[in-house]
Design a protein around this ligand. Structure first.
Ligand SMILES: C[S@@+](CC[C@H](N)C(=O)[O-])C[C@H]1O[C@@H](n2cnc3c(N)ncnc32)[C@H](O)[C@@H]1O
Length: 297
């Protein structure tokens, strides 16, 4: 009986093969799904995952640290929009952070254009925090502490170096009991070296972004680096499960652009992200057989 890559759940428990531990094999497997997730449907992946998330939690909190749209002309690629509009509308609270003023206004329009609540839908709170996420997150969590039993998902979709490691730590350590806040962390594997070489204040930026151990990260390459980065979410931040989901260059596969590292304490989380990955690209084979149920939690 084979163990899954990250979750510790057995495959046979789910009649479904989990992403393998070996990232090279995982890459092949993701490509075999028909289309790998490419950057255009990353938002769809996030929306699909949260769809599964609310099937289990029937509620929850969504934190989006860099919530403005990367592609304002392509609203179908905007994670915050897809998550807000996803049905059933069971997520209860949204904390959306954004630095750019025009994008803050777009977020406010998005919030204001949400349809009225329907009978049986929970009351929603959507808060938008203009300014630097790294400066605001501590205050926001201090004023709105998340209870141990409140399931919470946090998207850290930076461009490259925008998310301070101190902010990641703060979120990971916010809950003192219960499952930690789940993280979906953007790790810019393919352009990291190029971006580093363009830095004027290299040591200071990398220390802020990754912490004191940035040289150890840069000394690794390719998949080893992604694996090393992912391990940190378990060994240092204390997550039970962490797994890197590759995002490819284009629909036909191409180069692997970056990873989204998914860190969670929930035993089904990796499996659900894998399922969302397959769904977001429209893969059907095998996925429908998967048996997971709220009862297995
Ligand atoms: C890669 S984009 C996010 C893409 C988005 N998740 C989507 O689905 O399209 C990064 C966003 O973070 C914003 N940003 C950059 N630095 C920031 C900071 N320090 N605090 C908050 N937002 C920031 C940018 O203006 C940009 O809108």
């Amino acid at each position: 009986m084979e163990r899954s890559a990250a979750s510790g759940v057995t495959e046979s428990e789910y009649l479904f093969e989990m992403p393998p531990q070996d990232l090279r094999a995982a890459q092949r497997k993701f490509k075999q799904l028909g289309y790998p997730i490419w950057t255009e449907n990353k938002a769809k992946l996030i929306e699909r995952y949260l769809y599964f998330f609310v099937q289990i939690t029937h509620g929850g909190i969504y934190i989006d640290a860099f919530a403005g749209s990367q592609e304002p002309d392509n609203p179908h690629m905007w994670a915050a929009k897809l998550v807000l509009e996803s049905k059933p509308r069971w997520l209860r609270r949204f904390y959306l952070f954004e630095l750019n003023q025009a994008k803050v206004r777009a977020l406010q329009r998005l919030r204001d254009n949400q349809p009225a609540r329907k009978p049986k839908e929970p009351q929603r709170i959507i808060r938008i925090y203009p300014g630097d996420f790294n400066k605001n997150i501590g205050r926001v969590l201090a004023r709105n502490p998340i209870k141990p039993k409140e399931p919470t998902f946090c998207l850290l979709d930076q461009r490259t170096f925008e998310c301070d490691w101190a902010s990641v730590e703060l979120i990971a350590n916010h809950k003192t009991s219960g499952n930690k806040i789940e993280l979906f962390y953007f790790f810019p594997n393919s352009w990291l070296d190029r971006s580093v070489s363009g830095l004027k204040d290299k040591a200071a930026t990398l220390k802020r972004w990754w912490g004191a151990d940035w040289q150890a990260l840069l000394s690794r390459r390719g998949l080893q680096r992604a694996k090393y980065a992912t391990e940190r979410f378990k060994t240092e931040l204390g997550y039970e499960y962490a797994y890197p989901f590759p995002i490819f260059e284009r629909q036909s596969g191409g180069k692997q652009m970056y990873f989204m590292i998914h860190a969670s304490d929930h035993k089904d989380a990796t499996l659900l992200m894998y399922r969302a990955y397959a769904k977001a690209v429209g893969a059907q084979a095998g996925i429908e057989q998967m048996e997971f149920s709220a009862a297995s939690k």
